[in-house]
Design a protein around this ligand. Structure first.
Ligand code: H79
Length: 442
């Protein structure tokens, strides 16, 4: 065991709770992965997966021409779905910058797009009242001084082992100077946190596990000085936990943990922490044309409601096309959430898990709770047969029950044992997924 009590900042738990309040209230955000990888349209890691050279990747830069890019449309779709913040990839692992950086030519302004796309994103989302987040990749597969590691497109062949492998890395990295990359990181983060007004979230991605020999660690980013710089430039900002500082024993090296692409069941483990699960519609983050297995509305609602019911956030990803649009599958999925959130957003926003006395043993359903209004929301993922639903030990705890979508009454009676309540729902399930019953507490 190592101590987790080293501190970088002087902030009390109450001060942290206050700084993160809008975010814990929000519960639901949009991730946007957009870059040159939208052109090959087969995963944002394509350059690494297929070990593509800079020369071979150049065609995507030369042909990046998002003629349908309209972030006002994106922002309206996010807002309709009940998303309160949005995090855009200003630079992903491929190294391409959507913003106009002084420190590189590898940026949108030098492509046929000819514009600072980050600026247009910020203006459009801010106008809709959506909080602004920047994703910035710590990895960089374009910057010449960034050393080759075990996911770099130029890594040695997997067949090499032991000394041969070490020699191959040494040869590849001769003359590469990570000091130059560390400076670039700080310069670009400074640009992002200086030139676009108030930035609400910084999402840095990612750092290897402690013992990964051919990976990068917090020192490779000069992580402590980097996060100090971030908080100095934007004192109210919220930063994720992927600088590797938790491994070094710093509890405040990031504000929240980031379970990526985990199943709803696994989210129970994070209750009591600040957390956000990041999830895709289909598996890939970048636009993937031929990937056809998409989560349906009920699976997406399971992620959203289970997150809220365990005191965490969901950030759901869209990978816009190379033309700059959400494709029809993404739009259809967002519309399905907008439909549900239009009726049921009160059971998500400003909600968390209820006090223990309201827990139910039925793990098929979910309970969310608004501590300010003291309202309890019962989400039916598995509709009870004959509409009869038992709430064990609930006698005397609630005064009234109704469907949240239409305020129609849900009558209840006390069970024969004298301690439980029995809700009398319609015998057949209402014609939409995940109906919510609002329980008015005594
Ligand atoms: O941008 C998307 C992906 O391209 C990128 N992150 C999302 C948001 C990504 N894909 N794979 N990875 C990152 C590998 C990293 C896995 C991690 Fe971890 C899981 C980083 C932190 C948790 C492995 C385990 C490294 C540290 C702990």
């Amino acid at each position: 065991a190592f101590s987790q009590d080293k501190k970088i900042f002087n902030e009390t738990p109450a001060q942290k709770a206050e700084r993160l309040k809008w975010w814990t209230d929000a519960r639901f955000g949009m991730f946007i992965h957009w870059g040159l990888y939208s052109l090959p349209a087969r995963h944002e890691w394509v350059k690494s997966h297929e070990r593509i050279t800079d020369a071979a990747y150049q065609k995507y830069f030369d042909n990046f021409n998002p003629d349908e890019f309209d972030p006002v449309k994106w922002a309206k779709e996010a807002k309709a779905a009940g998303m309160k913040y949005a995090v855009l990839t200003t630079k992903h692992h491929e190294g391409f910058c959507l913003f106009d950086s002084k420190y590189t030519d590898y940026k949108a302004t030098n492509t046929p797009a000819h514009r600072d796309l980050v600026k247009e994103f910020v203006d459009a989302f801010r106008a809709e009242g959506i909080k602004i987040g920047f994703y910035y990749s710590l990895l960089d597969w374009h910057f010449p001084d960034y050393t080759v590691d075990d996911v770099h497109p130029q890594r040695p062949p997997d067949s090499l082992k032991g000394q041969q492998k070490d020699d191959a890395y040494a040869k590849l990295n001769k003359g590469r100077d990570m000091n130059k990359y560390r400076q670039y990181l700080k310069d670009q983060v400074t640009e992002l946190l200086t030139n676009y007004g108030k930035i609400d979230i910084l999402w840095l991605d990612w750092t290897w596990g402690k013992d990964d020999k051919y990976g990068k660690h917090s020192d490779d980013w000069d992580a402590i000085n980097l996060i100090k710089l971030v908080r100095k430039l934007q004192p109210g900002i919220i930063v994720n936990n992927r600088l590797g500082l938790e491994n070094e024993g710093y509890a405040d090296g990031g504000d929240f943990v980031t379970p990526e692409q985990v199943k709803p069941k696994e989210l129970l483990a994070y209750k009591g922490k600040y957390w956000e699960t990041c999830q895709t519609f289909s598996g890939s983050w970048g636009y993937y044309r031929d990937e056809n297995t998409w989560k349906d509305q009920k699976q997406l609602l399971d992620l959203l409601v289970t997150s809220t019911a365990n005191g965490g956030n969901l950030i759901l990803n869209v990978g816009p096309t190379a033309r700059g649009e959400f494709d029809y599958r993404a739009t259809r999925a967002l519309d399905s959430l907008a439909y549900w959130m239009h009726e049921n957003n009160e059971a998500i926003h400003n909600c968390t898990y209820p006090p223990d006395e309201y827990n139910i043993p039925d793990s098929a359903q979910r309970l969310t709770y608004n501590p300010s209004t003291k309202k309890l929301y019962l989400h039916f993922f598995n509709y009870p047969a004959n509409g009869k639903y038992v709430l064990p030990n609930y006698k005397g705890k609630i005064t009234y029950a109704q469907f949240l979508n239409d305020d129609s009454e849900v009558p209840f009676t006390v069970s024969d044992n004298g301690t439980d309540l029995i809700l009398k729902l319609p015998e057949t399930k209402p014609p939409y997924e995940v109906p919510v019953v609002e329980l008015i507490l005594k």
